[in-house]
Ligand binder design. Structure first.
Ligand code: M6R
Length: 364
């Protein structure tokens, strides 16, 4: 059933190119985005004043990534909330608010409760869900499915990647309808999207290199992930992947926050993974990398092809192929997934079923 792979997690990582394509293909028609399930007229899309995204765990990280995209590309303000917080804080939901609940299983107790809370307050709720017919899919006003197929490993990989793609499609749709991007720009984003499956494949084929690197850090006590903007969102996911399956303590920080406390934790040999895919933030990130390396950190960088300058500030560099600035998380996550996976394998952990965790968290 693992199709020759050692673990479901590895199999599911390898299913990502297909899952990503299955999620976008039915929704691209003649250089336009068509999301029938959305059930929103152009007028309604123009009237969205705010988007609230509510989810748990990795799903909330895709929400964080999309905040930068909805705001940057479609110019719609976004709030991202953890479902367990949202449901108890008596959130303010005004007219023109679209609530998006993201969930792989569609059964996460807090996310379902948040959905009911939002509906009770009169919001229109869109579910981005993987499991067809699940509770969240049934109760949301509209459902946009991610076509990842069944995900067995507790650590999500392909569902995460498909959630990102579903959110890209929504942001592109909203941006175009609200005339924040031109038809030409949309066309070029669609071309970039179509290239992602092959680019992911290419990154997966680097696995031996990443395994070799991971084997040097099997005894690490802690790992820090840093990034800015969209790369901060991916740092959170990279950190969660590592800690949930390898039991190595790790934290994600917005790189600009280092100086406000975390940098005191850096010691000789501490591993810091820096993600820098946003050209306008390269220099800021390089300064942060220098700050930690002068304090003894070993810096692993994940950056865009061509950003050679990074080599002066990093000890080890993984390059991702070229895409536009909004889609980089889909590529940069691959080496981080592989890194978490190979650390866990090297430490002899139960990769698919880490201790104390369940695939779907149906209790609070
Ligand atoms: O099924 P859901 O997407 O609602 O699950 C949310 C989280 O429980 C889930 O993403 C969790 O954080 C994963 N173990 C992450 O790999």
């Amino acid at each position: 059933e693992k199709g020759g792979y050692e673990h479901f997690m590895l199999k599911e990582m390898y299913e990502q190119p297909k899952a990503i394509a299955d999620t976008f293909s039915p929704r691209i028609k003649d250089n336009d985005i068509v999301i029938e399930e959305l059930n929103m007229t152009d007028e309604e899309i123009k009237n969205i004043h705010k988007i609230m995204i509510v989810a748990c765990g990795s799903a909330s990280h895709t929400g964080m990534t999309s905040k930068y995209i909805f705001e940057g590309m479609a110019r719609i303000p976004v709030e991202v909330d953890l479902a367990s917080e949202f449901r108890y804080r008596n959130p303010i939901i005004e007219e023109g608010t679209l609530v998006i609940i993201i969930s792989q299983s569609g059964e996460t107790a807090d996310s379902l409760a948040a959905l009911r809370e939002a509906k009770g307050k009169g919001a229109k709720v869109l579910g981005i869900v993987n499991v067809v017919g699940s509770s969240i899919a049934r109760e949301a006003d509209n459902v946009m499915y991610t076509w990842a197929g069944p995900e067995i490993a507790v650590a999500t990989t392909k569902a995460y990647s498909c959630q990102l793609v579903a959110l890209y499609l929504l942001a592109m749709k909203f941006a175009r309808v609200r005339e924040k991007i031109t038809a030409e720009e949309l066309k070029s984003y669609i071309e970039d999207l179509k290239r992602i499956p092959d680019q992911v494949e290419l990154l997966l084929n680097n696995k031996n290199k990443i395994q070799k690197f991971a084997n040097r850090y099997l005894a690490a006590r802690e790992v820090f992930f840093i990034g800015r903007g969209i790369d901060y969102a991916i740092s959170m996911e990279g950190s969660l992947k590592l800690k949930e399956i390898s039991y190595i303590h790790s934290e994600a920080y917005a790189a600009g926050e280092l100086k406000h406390g975390t940098i005191s934790l850096i010691e000789e040999g501490t591993l810091v993974a820096a993600v820098l895919t946003q050209e306008e933030l390269y220099q800021k990130m390089i300064s942060n990398m220098r700050e930690v390396s002068t304090r003894g950190a070993f810096v692993l960088a994940v950056t865009n092809e061509g950003n050679i300058e990074v080599e002066r500030a990093a000890d080890y560099v993984i390059y991702i192929p070229k895409t536009n600035k909004y889609f980089t998380n889909s590529l940069a996550i691959i080496p981080l997934q592989l890194f978490g996976y190979y650390i866990a394998v090297g430490r002899g952990c139960d990769v698919d079923k880490p201790r104390n965790l369940a695939k779907s968290v149906t209790v609070e």
